[in-house]
Design a protein around this ligand. Structure first.
Ligand SMILES: Cc1ncc(COP(=O)(O)O)c(C=O)c1O
Length: 362
């Protein structure tokens, strides 16, 4: 069976060494030494400061939205994972969907500017599949209209754009360290903040709003990452460079072979100036009517692609759709993410490519 993804696992002995340390210290959570070490190590790896680790990428978004005090209408992408939209609704904001650029598959800056009105307070944009949004155009628009930007960078661990870590664009960027991500802590997330004020706010939110034992800054929640999860991050982080380079090899072979075989598949454009992380391998099929037949054809051969991302988020039962997002709907109806994971063998890759070629030669 070849699944769309497979979690990376470090050598068990490495993990057990950390677990023994945790047992010896009897410090399981609440700002423990492993959490602190992981925060510093990720900051160093990424080349950015002001990281707060949290329980998962969804809480990272919720805390980020709350820290920015977003209210009313927030412009966002319909082409992302459900958590991008559900977090806005959870935080009492009204998502306003704006179409995506048909090449890059991230928010279209022109459509975004058209959608701004007096009630708009912010922008929540996703670097979908780790592909940078039009960050410079978005920043110009946000400055002009006095809007705040939060980036859902769940897929973008390690990505840089024009030499700058992607998490340094916007006021806040959030990451997911879920087990399916290329760097993970089993469950986990992170929040990078542009200012110290935002950083302090997020740290207070994640620990019930505590200021010391008996005092409170304000409302908070429990979004703390445990030592057990931080230990997994510390074991995985030293492997990330190799993980990304292995994925690049697979990604490049997929593309090369698909082009060699002249299969009618298209790919999203990764903008020039991107240091990419090869998080996913999405392909765009010629017609929406090909999607389910191709998925079934692959499944019959033990290959399990996923419809990332379908349906578009403006179809969720708890949101209002004001404008039809034509590009997002078109892409969402024709996209499949093919298997891409560390440990995927050449044999796995040939099996997938052969199955694709059979489908299109029928
Ligand atoms: C784009 C995006 N945002 C947010 C999340 C939520 O992250 P988590 O699963 O860590 O809560 C995910 C999760 O897969 C995601 O893909």
């Amino acid at each position: 069976m070849i699944r769309v993804t497979r979690s990376f696992l470090p050598p068990l002995e490495d993990y057990l060494r950390y677990v023994r340390e945790i047992w010896d210290r009897n410090h399981l959570t609440n700002d423990g030494p492993l959490l602190k070490e992981l925060e510093r190590s990720i900051e160093n790896f990424i080349g950015a400061r002001s990281l707060s680790l949290v329980t998962n990428g969804t809480l990272a978004l919720q805390l980020g939205i709350r820290a920015l005090e977003l209210k009313g209408k927030v412009l966002t992408t319909p082409f992302s994972y459900v958590a991008s939209t559900s977090s806005l609704v959870w935080e009492n904001c009204q998502p306003q969907f704006v179409d995506i650029d048909s090449r890059r598959w991230t928010l279209d800056p022109a459509a975004l500017e058209d959608a701004i009105d007096d009630e708009t307070t912010g922008i929540l944009a996703t670097h979908v599949y780790g592909i940078p949004c039009h960050v410079e155009e978005l920043e110009t628009i946000a400055r002009k209209h006095n809007l705040k930007i939060i980036y859902d960078a769940a897929h973008a661990f390690g990505v840089k754009f024009r030499g700058k870590p992607i998490v340094q664009y916007g006021e806040i960027s959030t990451l997911s360290f879920h087990a399916t991500k290329l760097f993970h802590t089993v469950e986990g997330g992170g929040i990078f903040c542009k200012t110290d004020v935002l950083h302090q706010k997020v740290r207070s939110f994640r620990n019930f709003g505590h200021r010391g034992y008996d005092d409170f800054d304000g409302l908070g929640i429990n979004a703390k990452m445990s030592e057990i999860h931080a230990a997994m991050g510390l074991c995985n982080l030293p492997h990330v460079e190799k993980i990304i380079s292995e994925r690049k090899t697979l990604f490049d072979s997929y593309k090369y072979e698909i082009e060699e075989m002249s299969l009618p598949l298209q790919f999203p454009e990764i903008p020039q100036g991107t240091e990419y992380n090869y998080a996913y391998f999405p392909v765009l099929l010629p017609r929406a009517t090909d999607t389910l037949p191709l998925k079934s054809h692959l499944e019959a051969k033990g290959i399990f692609p996923r419809r990332y991302f379908f349906p578009t988020l403006d179809k969720l039962p708890y949101v209002q759709t004001l404008k039809h997002c034509k590009n997002a709907e078109e892409i969402s109806s024709r996209v499949l993410c093919l298997p891409l994971f560390n440990g995927m063998t050449e044999n796995d890759l040939s099996t997938v490519l052969k199955a694709l070629s059979e489908f299109f030669k029928k």
